[in-house]
Design a protein around this ligand. Structure first.
Ligand code: G4P
Length: 540
C-alpha cells in the first residue's frame, strides 16, 4: 500500500498501474434466466470449479441442503426462491470472478434490473427444453438497453429437449441476437454424447457416471479419434457445424462486445458439463471493467482515486445485528477498508471501517477492492440505491439507476394507529432500500402513502418486512391503476387529479400520473393535448 493514504484517497503512479492491472483481472457478471433454468445449480458448479465452497448444494440450499447464497429471509426459505442479491467472488487461475446473484422470481424483478447496472457481462442461461422464457426475455431487454454483452449457456442438455438449431433460430428471431455456437452438441438433447469444440474441431466427450453420481466423466479426443469411436452423431455434428460457418455463425468478438451477437455453449450444470468451458470463456471474452461515465458525460478513468456506486441496499441480513448493508460496485481506484470517502449526494464523509464481502449468510471482512469488485458497506443508513461514493478530488457523481415503471399500486396504512412512528420508520427504510417505490400526495396525507411495485410480490416482501422488523401490521388497499407517466409540469397536476387518475410524488421528487387504463390516458390527452407526460425510463 506504499504511497497510498487511504484517508485522503491519494494515489501514486505505482498504485495507478496496480489498479489497472487488478482491474484487467476482473470479470464481473450476472446470470439472467427464468426460474428453474438452473441458475443456482450453475452458480454452485462455477463456484465449485474455483473451490470456494466445499460441497455441492452449499449455494443452492434447496431440498434440505445447506443454503448459503440468499436464504436469509424467512419468506425466501419457505418458498425456496431467491429474493435478495449477493455477490460471490472467487479466483479462477489468475482471474478474479465477481458473480452477482440476481433474484429469480418472475414477480420480483426490480432488484434484478438494478443488479444489471453493476455488471460488465451477462450469462443468459436457457433450459434446453424451454428456450427463451418470459423472465429471461425481460432481463435480456435490460441487457440490450444497457448494451451488456451476453454469453448464452444452453443447460440441461442431458435430458430430452429441443433441437440445437431450433434454439439458435429462436435466439436470432425473437431477440435479434446472432448466435455464435462455440460448441455444438454431438447427439441430441437427452442422448448427449458430448460436444464438438468449434474452435479447434476436437471432441469433448461425456459419459454418465454410475446412477446417483453427480458428475460426468469428461474425455477429449481429436476429430479423427472421434470419427472412429463416436460414429454417426459425430458426422452429423460436423456437418451442422460447417453449415453454421457458411451461415455466418462463427465467433466475432466485436459483435459480441457490441451486444449484437452471443457466443453459445451447450452443457449440463448439474452434471458439471460445459461449466469449465464457460469459466474459460468468461476469462477470455468477457469485458474487463472500463471507465464509467459520470453525470456530465465524462468517464472516470480506472486509475483515478476510488469511486463506486450503490446498486443495492439491504437490511436485516443478520438478524442478530439488524444492520443495513449497501452494496457498491467499485468503478475506479483502490478501495482500502478504513478509508474515508465522500458521499456525493450529501457531501458528507463516510467511514468504511466495516466493509465486508457479503455472500448470503457468509460475510468476511474485505480489506482491499478494485474496479469490478463489490463491497458491502455495513451500517450505511444514509446510502441509497444509485448513490456515488468517491475519494479525493475532484467530486464525481455517476448517473442514478433507473426506477422501473411500476404496474401495481396500493395504499398502505398501519392497522394499529399507535404504531404510527414505527410504521413511518419502516416505510422510510423500505423506500431507501428500493423494496417498493413510495408515492405520496397532500390529498392522501402522510399517514397513507402508496406503495408502487413492478411485481406484486414486492408488496408481500414489504408486508413481511414491516411485520417482522418493525412490528407493524399493515392494511393494503389495492388501487386500480395500471398506467403510469411522468408529469413534466407540476402545475398541470389539477388537470389529472380525478376519479380515474391522480398525481403522486415519488421519493426522488418525480411527479407520477397514474391512470386506471390507456383509455383514460387517451381521453385526457385528447382534452388537453399540450399536457407533458413522458414514459418512465427503463420501463421494461
Ligand atoms: P434456478 O436457480 O434457476 O431456479 O434453478 P435450480 O438451479 O434450482 O434448478 C432447477 C431444477 O433444475 C433443479 O431440480 C435442478 O437440479 C435442475 N437442473 C439444473 N441444472 C440441470 C441440468 O443441467 N440437468 C438437469 N437434468 N437438471 C438440472 P429440482 O428437482 O427442482 O431441485 P433439486 O431438488 O434437484 O435441487
Amino acid at each position: 500500500m506504499a504511497g497510498n493514504d487511504p484517508a485522503l484517497g491519494r494515489q501514486t503512479k505505482n498504485d495507478e498501474s496496480q489498479v489497472i492491472r487488478e482491474a484487467a483481472r476482473r470479470r464481473t457478471f450476472a446470470v439472467i434466466s427464468h426460474p428453474d433454468a438452473g441458475k443456482s445449480t450453475l452458480t454452485e458448479a462455477l463456484a465449485l470449479h474455483a473451490q470456494v465452497i466445499s460441497e455441492a448444494g452449499a449455494v443452492h440450499g434447496k431440498g434440505g441442503r445447506k443454503g448459503v447464497v440468499s436464504d436469509w429471509l424467512e419468506m425466501e426459505k419457505a418458498r425456496g426462491i431467491s429474493i435478495t442479491s449477493a455477490a460471490l467472488q472467487f479466483a479462477y487461475g489468475d482471474t478474479v470472478i465477481n458473480l452477482l446473484d440476481t433474484p429469480g422470481h418472475s414477480d420480483f424483478s426490480e432488484d434484478t434490473y438494478r443488479v444489471l447496472a453493476a455488471v460488465d457481462c451477462a450469462v443468459m442461461l436457457l433450459d434446453a427444453a424451454k428456450g427463451l422464457e418470459p423472465q429471461t426475455l425481460k432481463l435480456f431487454d435490460v441487457c440490450r438497453h444497457r448494451n451488456i454483452p451476453v454469453i448464452t449457456f444452453v443447460n440441461k442438455w442431458d435430458r430430452p429437449g429441443r433441437g440445437a438449431l431450433e434454439l439458435c433460430d429462436e435466439i436470432s428471431e425473437r431477440i435479434s441476437l446472432r448466435p455464435m455456437p462455440l460448441t455444438w452438441p454431438v447427439g441430441e438433447a437427452g442422448a448427449f454424447k458430448g460436444v464438438l469444440d468449434r474452435t479447434d474441431g476436437g471432441f469433448i466427450g461425456f459419459t454418465r457416471n454410475a446412477a446417483g453420481a453427480s458428475r460426468a466423466t469428461i474425455q477429449t479426443m481429436t476429430a479423427d479419434e472421434a470419427a472412429e469411436s463416436v460414429g454417426e452423431e459425430w458426422e452429423q455434428a460436423g456437418e451442422e457445424s460447417e453449415l453454421l460457418s457458411i451461415s455466418g455463425a462463427d465467433m466475432d468478438y466485436d459483435e459480441f462486445l457490441d451486444a449484437k451477437a452471443t457466443p453459445v455453449l451447450f452443457g449440463s450444470a448439474v452434471l458439471n458439463f460445459g461449466v469449465k468451458h464457460l469459466l474459460d470463456l468468461l476469462v477470455e471474452l468477457a469485458p474487463r471493467p472500463t471507465p464509467r461515465p459520470d453525470v456530465d458525460g465524462g468517464a472516470r478513468s480506472l486509475e483515478a482515486p476510488f469511486s463506486a456506486f450503490v446498486f443495492k441496499v439491504q437490511t436485516g441480513m443478520d438478524r442478530a445485528h439488524r444492520d443495513q448493508v449497501a452494496f457498491a460496485r467499485v468503478c475506479s481506484g483502490r478501495f482500502d477498508r478504513g478509508m474515508v470517502v465522500t458521499h456525493a449526494a450529501s457531501g458528507r464523509p463516510f467511514a468504511t471501517k466495516y466493509a465486508q464481502q457479503v455472500f448470503g449468510q457468509q460475510r468476511s471482512t474485505l480489506d482491499v477492492a478494485y474496479p469490478g469488485d463489490v463491497i458491502g458497506l455495513v451500517n450505511a443508513s444514509n446510502l441509497r440505491v444509485g448513490d456515488t461514493l468517491y475519494a479525493g478530488k475532484p467530486k464525481v457523481t455517476f448517473p442514478g439507476l433507473p426506477s422501473f415503471a411500476p404496474r401495481h399500486f396500493a395504499t398502505v396504512a398501519a392497522k394499529d394507529p399507535g404504531r404510527a412512528k414505527q410504521f413511518r420508520r419502516g416505510v422510510e427504510q423500505l423506500e431507501q432500500e428500493g423494496v417498493v417505490q413510495v408515492l405520496r400526495s397532500d390529498r392522501r396525507g402522510e399517514a397513507t402513502p402508496i406503495f408502487a411495485a413492478v411485481g406484486p410480490m414486492q408488496f408481500e416482501v414489504a408486508t413481511d418486512r414491516l411485520q417482522n422488523e418493525f412490528g407493524v401490521t399493515i392494511l393494503l388497499n389495492h388501487l386500480p391503476y395500471t398506467v403510469v407517466r411522468r408529469l413534466g409540469d407540476p402545475n398541470e397536476r389539477k388537470l389529472i387529479d380525478g376519479h380515474s387518475s391522480e398525481v403522486l410524488t415519488r421519493g426522488d421528487g418525480a411527479e407520477l400520473a397514474l391512470f386506471t387504463d390507456d383509455i383514460t390516458l387517451r381521453l385526457l390527452l385528447r382534452k388537453h393535448p399540450d399536457v407533458k407526460l413522458e414514459s418512465l425510463a427503463g420501463g421494461v
